[in-house]
Ligand binder design. Structure first.
Ligand code: ATP
Ligand code: MG
Length: 376
């Protein structure tokens, strides 16, 4: 909840705080990109970014700040402080831990105090089960990849997840076996991803599970309707591909219609997969076409959403392309969250997707989290 009428008032309060601590704190000139306050003390030069927004700061905002610090324009800074008036989403802490971020510190300003976060993820709240379907009538666009890695992002954030394999090919079982365990930090309890087929799933058998993700078959009729009815929300993967752009729009339209035959309440989200973030012009044109195609559709059904790939998309990544090699190598089941060059694009993208969903749905977990924060 914003505590100041104006953004600039918040910046000034934070500037004064640092001055009291012996820093020389200078507000950046208006329209400076990347930071709001520059701090100098001894041999240190720190970029401070302050966020005065209603929603918690999410992993994408942290990633952008780190990106700035790594660019030539950010090179003079020895580290960065990200200060939020509304706290941070759990994915921010997961990102800090998994990417081993050491040159950024997170600070929360609350009740007139600036508190430094030590990176602990708040425990997931007890709440109702959320059913997420990953479905599109088209084969091979990333349903299994997205189901498994979204489950991975939930598990990294401390949620036990059940993944239900509705596809006859049982790809999830092949890739993850009966399930995987994502260890917690500092000896803390981690979270499990359990893989089941639809006949094995009984809610009462898994009391700790808060999230059920269903990897659907592209053949609509192969998916048990009892599951589609339960979906609270559904992710519909698509791609930005010049040759298939109109066909893809048509596939999504048919997918919406198929789900709506049995479920009129689920929130439906189209997510772009295989995104090539370095092709700005091509993306721009294709994104515009797809968005325009959906405008009429979304006007009739306010529960349909197109996630703008500029905000969140699953980038094309060789880590995802090679996901599954462990099967032929006879290795243990795993996700494509391994690092290449110290970074993991899939892990970052799926943490951002999770943040987006928590911010744009009324999933029980998110609601309970807000309630817990309000009581604090
Ligand atoms: N973002 C990505 N980057 C690179 N490769 C990807 C990406 N997403 C998916 N792939 C690869 O594309 C192939 C198809 O993906 P996946 O099996 O997840 O699709 P699917 O929709 O589940 O297919 P099916 O309809 O057969 O069940 C896989 O080899 C996967 O590794
Ligand atoms: Mg599949």
């Amino acid at each position: 909840m914003p505590q100041f009428e104006k953004d600039s008032d918040f910046k000034k309060v934070i500037q004064q705080r640092f001055e009291q601590d012996g820093w020389t704190a200078t507000l950046a000139l208006p329209n400076t990109i990347g930071y709001d306050i520059e701090l100098i003390r001894d041999s240190e030069c720190v970029a401070v970014q302050v966020k005065h927004q209603r929603a918690k700061v999410h992993a994408g905002q942290l990633e952008k700040f780190i990106d700035f610090l790594e660019r030539p324009t950010g090179a003079k800074f020895t580290r960065g402080f990200l200060i939020s008036a509304s706290g941070f989403t759990p994915s921010v802490f997961t990102y800090m831990r998994t990417e081993e971020v050491v040159d950024v510190a997170l600070g929360s300003f609350k009740d007139d105090k600036l508190l430094w976060e030590d990176g602990d993820i708040p425990p997931p709240p007890k709440a109702q089960l959320t059913y997420i379907g990953v479905f599109t009538c088209k084969g091979g666009v990333g349903k299994t990849t997205i189901s498994a890695h979204l489950a991975g992002a939930f598990a990294l954030n401390g949620y036990d997840v059940v993944l239900i394999d509705l596809d006859r090919q049982s790809n999830l079982r092949k890739l993850l076996g009966d399930g995987v365990y994502i260890p917690g930090r500092r000896g803390g309890l981690g979270a499990t991803i359990t893989v089941l087929n639809h006949t094995e799933w009984r809610e009462e058998d898994y009391p700790d599970t808060r999230v059920v993700i269903c990897d659907c078959s592209p053949e609509y009729d192969a998916n048990p309707e009892a599951f589609i009815e339960k979906f609270n929300f559904c992710l519909i993967p698509t791609t930005l591909n010049p040759l298939g752009i109109n066909k893809n729009a048509d596939v999504i339209r048919r997918t919406f219609a198929a789900i709506r035959r049995v479920n009129i309440t689920a929130e439906l989200f189209v997510i772009v997969n295989n995104y090539h973030s370095d092709e700005a012009r091509r993306n721009d044109v294709l994104n515009r076409i797809l968005k325009t195609e959906f405008e009429t559709l979304m006007a009739d059904d306010p529960q349909c959403h197109y996630i703008d790939p500029e905000t969140v998309a699953i980038r094309f990544s060789k880590q995802l392309l090679y996901w599954g090699y462990h099967i032929v190598e006879n290795d243990k089941p795993q996700l494509a969250f391994r690092e290449i060059g110290g970074r993991s694009l899939p892990r970052t993208d799926f943490l951002k997707l999770l943040d987006y969903l928590e911010g744009h749905t009324n999933i029980e977990a998110a609601k309970a989290k807000e309630a817990a924060a309000a009581v604090d």
